[in-house]
Design a protein around this ligand. Structure first.
Ligand SMILES: Cc1cc2nc3c(=O)[nH]c(=O)nc-3n(C[C@H](O)[C@H](O)[C@H](O)COP(=O)(O)OP(=O)(O)OC[C@H]3O[C@@H](n4cnc5c(N)ncnc54)[C@H](O)[C@@H]3O)c2cc1C
Length: 352
C-alpha cells in the first residue's frame, strides 16, 4: 500500500526546527566518521608526582547513567561528585526496558516499589519478532516497559543530593591528569582531585576518543524514528521486524513500542564507516517511504510529537579498557552498550 510521496524529512519535521538542527549536527558528526581520519583530542596525561590532597572518592563525568551510579555509591558512604556538561534532566521520550532490569534499582535501594511503579509510564505485551514473510514470533515481558526518564533522573538526583552527593551541572570535563594517588579532573573553573574517575560521557567521550586514537569503528548502528499519535493499532510492540530486501546495501530493521503520548517507531540498520554509506537524513527519508507498509498508516495521518535519531560506533575491542590507571569507562563510553541499545548486536558477538 506504499504511496509515492515526494516529501522529505525536512518537510515532515518542519514543525520541529530544533530537531532538524540536531539531525544536521548528528549527520555532520557521522560524516566526519566516514571521512576519517579524525583529529584525536589529547585530554589526559600521566603524572609522576602525587596530588597534595584527594577530596573525592569518585568523580563521575556524565550525568545520564552517572547519576544512577552516583546515587548508589553515595548511599554506601563514598564521597561522590557528578559533573554534567548540560542540565541533568531525562529526555521526554521513554526508555524501554524489561521489569527484571528495572527491579534491580529497588534491590539497590535506589527506588521504593511505589517509586518504581510511578516511573513506569507504559507497559504492554506481547512483542513481535519477524523477518520477511516468516511466521512472527511473539514474546512477553521483553522491553515492554516504558520508563519516564524525567521522573527517574529527578528522583535519583534528589536521593543523591540528600545523601550528600555533589552535582555540578553546566560543568564539562575538559582534561585530567592521573597521579600515583589520584586523578585531577579539570573543568576549566575548578579542579576535582579524586581517587577514581568514572567516564559516563557516552560514545563520543573525549577520553574514548583519545583511547581509541581515531580508529575506525568495526560497525555503526544508525537509527531514526518518531513518537507519533494516530496509529490505528497500538496495543503490541515490535522488538525486531524486517520486511524489505537490502536497500542502500543495508538490511533495515524496525522496532515499535506503545508510548505515553502515541507510538514510537524506529528504523535501524548496521553499516561500516565507508564514505559512501547513507546519512541519517537519507535513512529518515526511507523511514517515511516505508512507514505505510510497516504500520499501515500514511504519515499525513500522524501527529508527530518527536523525532529521534542517533548513530552508535561499535568496536570489537569492547568493553574498552583504558591504559591509564584510576579511570573507568561505564555505559556507552565503555562500548558495552545498554542492554537495550541497538548497538548490542555488535557488543554481544565480537566475531567478524
Ligand atoms: C534514538 C535512541 C533511542 C534509544 N532508546 C533506548 C531505550 O529505549 N532504552 C535504552 O536502554 N537505551 C536506549 N538508547 C540507548 C541509550 O540512550 C544509551 O545506551 C544510554 O543513554 C547510555 O547512557 P550513557 O550515560 O552511557 O551515555 P549518554 O546517554 O550519551 O550520556 C552521556 C552524558 O554525558 C554528558 N557529557 C558528555 N560530554 C561531557 C563532558 N565533556 N563533561 C560532562 N558531561 C558530559 C552528556 O551530556 C550526557 O548526559 C537509545 C538511543 C537512541 C539514540
Amino acid at each position: 500500500m506504499t504511496t509515492v510521496n515526494s516529501r522529505t524529512t525536512a518537510d515532515w519535521l518542519a514543525h520541529l526546527p530544533q530537531t532538524l538542527k540536531g539531525l544536521q549536527m548528528a549527520d555532520d558528526r557521522w560524516l566526519q566518521y566516514r571521512q576519517g581520519p579524525r583529529s584525536v583530542p589529547h585530554v589526559i596525561d600521566q603524572a609522576t608526582s602525587p596530588l597534595p590532597t584527594v577530596d573525592w572518592d569518585v568523580v563521575i563525568c556524565g550525568g545520564t547513567l552517572g547519576i544512577l551510579l552516583g546515587a548508589t555509591l553515595v548511599q554506601r558512604g563514598w564521597r561522590v561528585a557528578v559533573l554534567e556538561r548540560g542540565q541533568l534532566r531525562g529526555r521526554d521520550q521513554e526508555w524501554n526496558i524489561s521489569r527484571q532490569e528495572l527491579q534491580e534499582l529497588v534491590e539497590l535501594s535506589l527506588l521504593s516499589e511505589v517509586e518504581l511503579e510511578t516511573a513506569i509510564a507504559t507497559e504492554y505485551n506481547p512483542a513481535r519478532i519477524q523477518f520477511s514473510d516468516s511466521n512472527p514470533v511473539w514474546v512477553r515481558d521483553v522491553l515492554n516497559i516504558g520508563v519516564d526518564p524525567v521522573y527517574l533522573l529527578e528522583i535519583l538526583k534528589q536521593k543523591f543530593l540528600a545523601a550528600g552527593g555533589t552535582l555540578a551541572e553546566q560543568t564539562a570535563f575538559q582534561r585530567a591528569s592521573v597521579h600515583p594517588n589520584g586523578v585531577a579532573v579539570d573543568t576549566g573553573d575548578k579542579t576535582f582531585n579524586t581517587r577514581l574517575l568514572i567516564d559516563a560521557m557516552g560514545h563520543f567521550s573525549p577520553l574514548v576518543q583519545q583511547a581509541r586514537q581515531g580508529q575506525a569503528p568495526d560497525g555503526v548502528c544508525l537509527v531514526v524514528g518518531t513518537c507519533a499519535d494516530g496509529y490505528p493499532q497500538n496495543d503490541t510492540g515490535d522488538l525486531m521486524v524486517s520486511f524489505t530486501p537490502v536497500r542502500h546495501q543495508c538490511q533495515y530493521f524496525w522496532e515499535a513500542f506503545p508510548a505515553r503520548d502515541g507510538r514510537t517507531t524506529y528504523l535501524f540498520t548496521y553499516v561500516d564507516s565507508q564514505p559512501e554509506r547513507l546519512s541519517l537524513t537519507e535513512l529518515f527519508d526511507d523511514y517515511w517511504r516505508l512507514l505505510p507498509d510497516y504500520q499501515g498508516v500514511e504519515p499525513e495521518k500522524l501527529d508527530i510529537k518527536r523525532a529521534l535519531f542517533g548513530f552508535f560506533p561499535c568496536y570489537r575491542e569492547s568493553p574498552l579498557q583504558y591504559p591509564w590507571g584510576r579511570v573507568l569507562p561505564v555505559g556507552d563510553s565503555s562500548g558495552s552498550q545498554s542492554p537495550l541499545s541497538f548497538g548490542g548486536i555488535w557488543g554481544d558477538d565480537p566475531s567478524p
